[in-house]
Design a protein around this ligand. Sequence first.
Ligand code: ATP
Ligand code: MG
Length: 311
Amino acid sequence: MVAALEITGLTKVFGDLRAVDDVSFSVDAGQIYGFIGPNGAGKTTTMRVCATLQLPDSGDVRIEDYSVLDDPRKVRERLGFMPDAYGAYSSTTVFDYLDFFARAYKLKGKRRYSTLREVMEFTSLGPLRDKLTSSLSKGMKQRLCLAKTLLHDPAVMILDEPAAGLDPRARVELRELVRALAEMGKAILISSHILTELSEICDGVAVIEAGRIQARGPVNEIVKNLRPHSEIYLRCLENLQAVERRLSEFPRVRGVRREAEGITFDFEGDQPEQAELLANLVQEGLRPIEFASKATDLEDVFLKLTEGKVQ
Ligand SMILES: Nc1ncnc2c1ncn2[C@@H]1O[C@H](COP(=O)(O)OP(=O)(O)OP(=O)(O)O)[C@@H](O)[C@H]1O
Ligand SMILES: [Mg+2]
């Protein structure tokens, strides 16, 4: 089966700058893929090549097996691109704005009206249909832009930082819309500066910095590779000093540090070994009442992956 979106060896050069340098990854139908990187990493450039707005210097992008080089028209039919900034015509209403693009997509008669109705309903724009686009808030504008991107029912959607500038509620709403679109079978590539923002909804991510992919795959695997040990918090009913001493003697236990009521340490073993360690603590009469792996801080992971290089 071919991937809905397949990027292979993509390179884009501006003068001396390799803005995108040999980038490859793919997204299947029904998948949400995060594209994460700091400012200037090459996200927008990659997405613009996918959307046929820029030609690559080498490599290719295929949308449902149509190449941006050989079949750009077919690519545009199957792809919806939501840019990071878009121009709304200030003196148009929400309805007229969408109607204009629906006509541009050659939707006619009843079909155009039913599409407009469905898209406005999906993005909850119905009550705003007669509002001027210039009077919309940032969150409403983002929804309008998403609605425009959906008019031709694309199979692949590329969203460039759709959550930028949105308040927490609007972010949650956007996540729900994106999830619903993936459930309809669309392949979605979505960019962000922030790994945490996407980790919940993404099936996988590609982390890019200075044009190069630094890591790729499911978020939990990326986290595991960067942090081969887990950090565990332990609290026992026995004397803290005795617990600390005994714990330090166990294999694979490192960096034991005392906290107010318990102990935190790094453990280099896997989960069965963790279970064994806990069983030993119980057996030795240390009476553990809390034993928990600390959640990995994704911000930390992101900062480790990207050093903030600016080209
Ligand atoms: N048309 C252009 N001409 C020259 N340089 C460009 C052009 N477009 C992008 N660049 C450069 O390419 C690099 C990547 O830019 P790009 O916009 O793809 O980054 P980005 O990851 O989208 O960043 P941001 O998070 O700030 O949106 C930057 O160094 C940028 O200055
Ligand atoms: Mg960008």
